[in-house]
Write a protein that binds this ligand. Structure first.
Ligand SMILES: [Zn+2]
Length: 327
């Protein structure tokens, strides 16, 4: 078939003309060039996660900054991770793989290596080093600012007989402390949980985490290391996340208590229970009923004490729960 003469071909719509570009289109092209110029250093080749070789570069973020004492933060690596280990306030940081938060429609989010760390409730405000060591890249050092947060102080007066423990109770409390300290030192290697922690019970939670108490004018050096949910005896208590029960018992101070290991040094605990429905060594899934709340141990009324420790750092479980939905 013969082609029609060129005269009959219509000019493509975008065909350049001799007309001078308008200032509007000049602005457009200029801003596009500038945008590409500034964006180019951020464009990196696709990352291969799960690799165990030494990372070439480590893009690292420590969030949030500054960090309130008694809360958790996280460090993020762009590459590597599985063989990296971090350290903050003399506590280890373990890394796990988590999806990147990318809410762009239609885009599959990539992955990132995340390590959680806690600023203990009694950590003095100031600047602290956070170090990360990976094969081939030892001692990467970053700075974390821990700031003061006021958690309150209460004064209570109680008859001396209730403060001073009998020799038998002193001995019992010391024996139980040994068991608890051993449980608290658990650092199993794998992260067992995924996604947002649940609330162990639904109910009013008071803001007593971190609060210190003066008993008859004498300061108790141990602050309150948990959140108290004001629920009546017999309320079912759920495991907030997957984990393994590492200790159950009936203790002098904590009453009937459960300690759960969620992996990589993340532990949760439940005190003053009326019934324990799990046993040592048992795996629990997120949402499983593990106990019923009560008022056992040394308490003034029925409530659930819920605590979270991160490699020994005592952190507020309420802001921590909000943080977990990213991982
Ligand atoms: Zn409590």
């Amino acid at each position: 078939m013969l082609l029609k003469s060129s005269n009959s071909l219509s000019r493509p719509k975008n065909y350049p003309t001799n007309k001078a570009p308008s200032s509007k289109s000049l602005k457009f092209w200029l801003s596009l060039i500038l945008a590409l110029f500034f964006a180019s250093p951020l464009i990196s080749p696709p990352l291969s996660f799960g690799q165990t070789s030494a990372p070439k570069t480590i893009g690292l973020k420590v969030l949030p900054q500054p960090l309130d004492r008694g809360t958790a933060g996280w460090v993020e690596l762009e590459e590597g991770g599985v063989d990296c280990q971090g350290r903050f306030d003399q506590r280890p940081i373990f890394f796990f793989l988590a999806p990147k938060i990318d809410k762009t429609p239609g885009r599959t989010p990539g992955s990132r290596w995340v390590g959680l760390f806690g600023a203990d409730i009694m950590l003095k405000p100031g600047q602290y080093p956070l170090t990360v060591s990976c094969p081939g890249q030892e001692g990467l050092k970053f700075s974390v600012v821990v700031r003061e947060k006021t958690y309150g102080l209460r004064n209570i007066k109680v008859p001396h007989g209730q403060v001073d423990l009998s020799p038998e109770n002193l001995e019992r409390a010391a024996r139980e402390k040994k068991l608890v300290d051993k449980a608290l030192a658990t650092t199993s290697p794998d992260k067992l949980w995924r996604g947002a922690f649940l609330e162990p019970v639904k109910g009013q939670v008071n803001s007593s985490f971190g609060r210190q108490t003066k008993i008859n004018g004498v300061l108790n050096p141990r602050p309150h290391a948990g959140a108290d949910y004001l629920v009546k005896t017999g309320t079912p208590v759920k495991a907030p996340a997957r984990g393994q029960v590492i200790l159950t018992g009936d203790h002098f101070f904590s009453g009937q208590a459960i300690y759960v290991d969620h992996g990589q040094g993340l532990l949760s605990m439940y005190f003053h229970l009326s019934e324990i429905m799990v046993s040592d060594g048992q795996m629990v899934e997120k949402g499983d009923i593990i106990a019923k709340s009560g008022q056992s141990g040394r308490v003034t009324g029925a409530h659930l004490h819920y605590g979270v420790y991160l490699n020994g750092a005592r952190i507020d479980p309420i802001p921590f729960r909000k943080m977990t939905n990213q991982f």
